[in-house]
Design a protein around this ligand. Structure first.
Ligand SMILES: Cc1ncc(COP(=O)(O)O)c(C=O)c1O
Length: 465
């Protein structure tokens, strides 16, 4: 009886403490709203890493004198910070990432109304899927291989993927270290969900594929962007990267060749990043979906087997198989199992016959050579065309995008994209969707015939006059 009364008094105290915590959170959020008003008045941006870092250091210091684990405390702080950012963005949507969905749907509406639009926005190559991929798919269909499979993917395809990469990188990856996913996009989400917990930070090199930060916030993590600049040839500053690392840093996302810049990270840069990841026990999520489209040496995370990594690949770009929704990832078995469980929960498995098409695609060397050649030739042409325009750009080392900057840096990329679409019938992607600071950039994809690219660049030139 006595121990029960002690238990209930402890519970009462916990209840009181919980109340205190939440009234303090309430107070904190009211202060955040006031900060937001001030920032709005002064035109100051919502995120300030220095202020965040100062708070984080305070919390680390506080923990050292108490029985509190610093990583746990920082993860809670990061969730408070993330909520504060959200509150400020809702108050002041000008700071939110712009929605380009409206531009793209306008382009579709214009198309449907019979207007001929030149589409330089979508990164969907115009290659036909390899014959072998289609044949394998059709055969699977006629055999009746139309069921669910194991969530991780059929063994035959996982073995084949392991063989291909073992040969390419002299590795001994097993089929257990491979997962077949519904596209590279899902592989990325599964990887983020498996590696990142609420309150963890993930470093993302900007400009970046927008899905990365969305995935991180979706699982309650905090994206920390490390911006790179055209003037530095999109090279990340490793000392800045190191400064961003704290005990909650769980992962860094690399994308080489990059969407949108076409930057391929040098072997030495890659090695230094992997070194930091090893020193601080950080996962490297390496998105290599454009790896076959490189004009310079490209380094894969698979050449650095000693670090914790997830390597993401896709059939979409290399083989022109976007609509098949087929991708895969390579990692340690623990992470792959977690990813497989989540994929199982979300969609049971990738359709069985689609997985068979992957077997055919991996044998299609001639088609890959052809596709790579097509993009290389368009890239050369685009290089020449853009040189004639009042833009600055980094000639891409790989991938299939150009990311030019207007010389008139006052021009906003969203306005430019809207005017270009309405007045010239050309659709491009505004730079801001790859990071706020890239509002004077735009992305064009090399996924159309050369003639289309030539005409589109001519019209872009007219707009920039
Ligand atoms: C950088 C990057 N990663 C991943 C993907 C996902 O491709 P998919 O889901 O078609 O494999 C894309 C698609 O555009 C991309 O640009």
């Amino acid at each position: 009886m006595r121990s029960n009364s002690r238990l209930s008094s402890l519970r009462k105290e916990i209840e009181r403490t919980t109340h205190e915590i939440f009234s303090l959170i309430d107070k904190r959020l009211s202060l955040v709203r006031k900060v937001s008003e001030e920032k709005e008045r002064e035109g100051i941006s919502v995120i300030n890493r220095d202020v965040e870092r100062h708070l984080q250091n305070n919390v680390i210091e506080m923990c050292s004198g108490r029985n509190l684990d610093a990583r746990f405390a920082l993860r809670i702080l990061n969730q408070l910070i993330q909520e504060s950012v959200q509150v400020q963005l809702e108050r002041n949507p000008v700071n939110s990432p712009p929605s380009v969905a409206e531009i793209f749907s306008k382009a579709r509406r214009m198309n449907n109304a019979g207007k001929h639009i030149l589409h330089l926005e979508v990164g969907e190559p115009d290659f036909a899927p390899p014959n072998q991929a289609r044949r394998k798919l059709m055969k699977a269909l006629s055999r009746g291989d139309v069921g669910y499979t194991e969530s991780q993917g059929i063994l035959l395809l996982r073995r084949k993927i392991a063989d291909v990469f073992n040969q390419r990188y002299s590795r001994q990856i097993s089929a257990d270290e491979v997962i077949v996913t519904a596209g590279g996009r899902l592989a990325l989400f599964l990887a983020v969900s498996s590696v990142v917990q609420a309150g963890d930070e993930v470093i993302i090199l900007e400009p970046s594929y927008p899905a990365y930060s969305r995935f991180v916030t979706e699982v309650g993590g905090r994206p920390v962007s490390l911006s790179t600049e055209l003037e530095d040839f999109w090279e990340p500053e490793i000392s800045e990267l190191e400064q961003q690392i704290n005990p909650t840093t769980k992962a860094i996302i690399l994308n080489s060749p990059s969407n949108p810049t076409g930057k391929v990270l040098d072997e030495s840069v890659f090695r230094r990043i992997v070194g930091l990841a090893n020193d601080h026990d950080i996962f490297v999520l390496s998105d290599e979906v454009y790896s076959r489209f490189t004009q310079s040496h490209y380094t894969s995370i698979l050449e650095h087997p000693k670090c914790s990594y997830v390597c993401v690949q896709s059939f979409s770009k290399t083989y022109g198989m976007t609509g098949f929704r087929l991708g895969f990832a390579i990692s340690n078995t623990k992470t792959i199992n977690m990813m497989a469980k989540l994929q199982g929960l979300l969609l049971t498995s990738v359709p069985e016959f689609v997985q068979y098409s992957g077997l055919g695609a991996l044998d299609s060397k001639d088609e890959v050579k052809h596709n790579v050649g097509v993009i290389e030739s368009r890239s050369k042409a685009m290089n020449g065309l853009l040189k004639e325009l009042p833009v600055s750009f980094y000639p891409p080392d790989g991938g299939f995008y150009f990311f030019p900057q207007f010389q008139n840096k006052e021009l906003d990329s969203v306005d430019f994209a809207e005017h270009l679409l309405e007045e010239k019938g050309v659709c491009i992607v505004p730079g801001t969707i790859y990071g706020r600071r890239y509002s004077s950039f735009f992305r064009i994809a090399l996924c159309q015939e050369k003639q289309v690219l030539i005409e589109a660049v001519r019209r872009i030139g007219e707009m920039l006059e």
